[in-house]
Design a protein around this ligand. Structure first.
Ligand code: MIC
Ligand code: SF4
Length: 633
């Protein structure tokens, strides 16, 4: 067996491990973050359980940390109280980014982790099966339900050689993206093996598994070896075990990468799959450099940044911002005095949080060029619609900050050696354990609104096409992040006003006036974030079905969970037979394989299909997963 099969078979509770089959797996650990978490805990409350049933669940606050009014602060209080009540650890705002802390303090080889954030696969760097999912699936896992997914194909990414100076783990994952693109690994796991992994520390492996998300992969994973053990020992943690694929393990596909051959790479606007060599885009003037995010904010990365900035100055036309991944990271930089090198160079130090990655401040100037060590550069995500956002390694980002233009980091001269400490500084005082008694008062602010109730699906769906979209529509298009909209995550009626606002400012009004309708999409509809608001808000506005050429995994599940039907064009060309404003009628006929859609305006008949399992059909018929779980209990 390969590694993925080994861990999945140990956790299998339903189905067979054959690619494409629906399987149910036991979830050992869950994580949530605040932007998706308020919804998760409202859902958990609606399920009516007393205590969570997982081995470990952690609620992090790292996204909505700008407190420009009462709303985010109220959410933090709600999250803290509800965690305490249900048996969940609570990582306080300022403690750091969920994935970074989870890797440092909780991730364990061989376990399963489900997180209400698409970058949960970060923990795959520790040799665990870590999957991002919609909030409702995470709530269900906490309630002891299995997590259902399509058994993925397993792709072996076989690494040989060694990274050359100034070439980083980030460049490895950018190379993967360059080769397979943003939908190259949908329903696949990227399993890294080969002699090349010996040269990669756990945080470097985590950078690679983190951004594997951008290929559409279900998750990415590394084996657990002596390097994993050393990292866990350094964190004073037990639970290490060796985990390797069998020698004769079989894979559905093999991608070979010789680390010696990789050069510094950079993703150009507005897609993480738009990858070029840094060398080929040198000279573009840079306005902002941002270091951080769950991809590149580890101690390894910030030590590198500090060493490269030592004795240098940030270019006068560049604003350089740094958000460390965790308190542990910053405590080490203080102890080693490397923080001084960063401050003296003129970088601006931000909070230990997601920050600019999710548009919580630090929007670039108009038409500004921003080079970021993050994982996503979707249009408008930075908060400035006409900004040009590039994604690179910390090494490349520092070179850009010093020279004021996109620069190959190999120009920086001597490549510093980074040594991770044998013993990390451990201070878990900002991780609050749950209460040991039952009586905890849950504190709710006025912005926290209960979940709207949704009706079961009708047999015949009728209405107008409200919007027709192209390929690779992201959840940032469907429901943007940013400092203005994120505080509304616990208020569905309010947040739904921003649905598709980045694409079409009149969408909300139109959907309201027409009493809902349909969305038409191209390939990979719903890529990116796990935010279920991208399904709930359209549902709230009366969207009955999204008809697309194909869907991204998490968003497909979220649509089902909230009773919006994801339908697929059987013949992809039929996408051309339908326009915005057309009146259509869909006859579901029990959701058989072929579904008839009549385009009444154009007097045409189109055959649609779907990728729903039997279980998912029952969920959608019940009107969504909450109703389905309630009916079952
Ligand atoms: C993101 O990177 O887009 C987020 C914000 O972390 C999301 C979750 C969210 O929208 O709250 C994700 O990746 O799942
Ligand atoms: Fe936070 Fe950005 Fe990571 Fe999402 S991708 S969890 S917003 S740091």
């Amino acid at each position: 067996m390969n590694l993925t099969q080994k861990i999945l078979s140990e956790h299998l509770v339903e189905g067979e491990l054959e690619a494409g089959n629906e399987i149910g797996i036991k979830i050992d650990q869950t994580l949530t973050q605040d932007a998706t978490g308020t919804m998760v805990y409202l859902e958990l409350e609606a399920m009516g359980i007393k205590k969570i049933k997982t081995e470990l669940s952690v609620s992090y606050v790292d996204h909505n940390t700008l407190q420009t009014d009462f709303r985010n602060a109220d959410d933090h209080r709600y999250l803290q109280s509800i965690a305490s009540k249900y048996g969940i650890y609570f990582s306080r705002p300022g403690n750091g980014i969920c994935h970074q802390i989870h890797l440092e303090r909780f991730a364990l080889p061989g376990k399963t982790l489900l997180g209400s954030d698409s970058h949960t696969p970060t923990a795959g760097g520790m040799g665990m099966i870590a999957i991002g999912a919609g909030g409702l699936d995470v709530a269900a896992a906490m309630a002891g339900e299995p997590f259902y997914l399509k058994m993925p194909e397993v792709v072996n990414v076989y690494l040989t050689g060694r990274l050359q100076p100034f070439v980083a783990a980030k460049d490895v994952v950018l190379e993967v993206l360059r080769r397979i693109g943003v939908k190259g690994a949908v329903n696949k796991v990227l399993e890294y093996t080969g002699p090349g992994i010996k040269g990669l520390s756990v945080p470097e492996r985590a950078t690679i598994t983190n951004m594997g998300t951008e290929t559409g992969a279900t998750t990415s994973i590394f084996p657990s070896d002596e390097i994993t053990k050393k990292f866990l020992d350094g964190q004073a943690r037990n639970g290490w075990k060796p985990l390797q694929p069998d020698e004769n393990a079989e894979y559905d596909e093999i991608i070979e990468i010789n680390l010696d051959d990789i050069e510094p790479l950079i993703a150009l606007p507005h897609s993480p799959g738009n990858v070029k060599r840094v060398k080929d885009v040198e000279g573009i003037k840079v306005d902002q450099v941002a270091i951080g995010s769950c991809t590149n904010s580890s101690l390894r990365d910030l030590k590198m940044v500090a060493k490269l900035l030592r004795g240098k100055k940030v270019h006068k036309n560049v604003s350089m911002v740094i958000s460390p991944g965790s308190r542990q990271v910053i405590l080490h930089l203080i102890e080693s005095k490397e923080i001084e090198d960063i401050v003296k160079a003129g970088a601006r130090i931000l909070e230990n949080a997601c920050g600019p990655c999710i548009g919580m401040g630090q929007a670039p100037p108009s038409k500004g060029v921003s080079v970021r060590t993050f994982n996503r550069n979707f249009l408008g995500r930075s908060g400035t619609k006409d900004a040009m956002v590039y994604l690179s390694s910390p090494e490349t980002a520092v070179a850009c900050a010093i020279y004021g233009e996109i620069t190959d980091p190999r120009k920086l001269g001597n490549y510093p050696e980074i040594q991770l400490p044998d013993k990390f500084i451990i201070d878990d005082s900002m991780i609050l354990p749950p209460s040991s008694h039952e009586k905890v008062e849950v504190v709710r602010g006025p912005n926290i609104k209960p979940l709207p109730e949704f009706k079961p699906l009708a047999e015949i769906l009728e209405g107008e096409v409200l919007l027709k979209l192209g390929d690779n529509i992201t959840t940032d298009h469907i429901l943007p992040g940013g400092a203005k909209i994120l505080p509304l995550r616990s208020n569905v009626p309010e947040i739904s006003k921003y649905t598709f606002s980045i694409i079409d400012a009149n969408f909300y009004e139109r959907a309201r006036k027409k009493n809902g309708g349909f969305i038409i999409g191209g390939h990979n509809y719903g890529q990116g974030s796990s935010r279920e608001h991208a399904a709930i808000a359209p549902k709230y506005l009366g969207i009955k079905a999204v008809i697309a050429k194909s869907f991204a995994r998490i968003h497909h599940a979220n649509l089902i969970n909230f009773g919006v039907l994801p339908l697929i064009f059987k013949e992809k060309e039929d996408y051309n037979e339908i326009e915005q404003g057309d009146k259509i009628k869909i006859i579901l006929n029990g959701l058989e394989e072929n579904i008839l859609m009549k385009n009444i305006t154009k007097n045409k008949e189109i055959i649609l299909t779907h990728a729903l399992s039997k279980r998912e059909i029952s969920i959608i018929k019940a009107g969504g997963k909450l109703a389905y779980i309630k009916n079952k209990r």
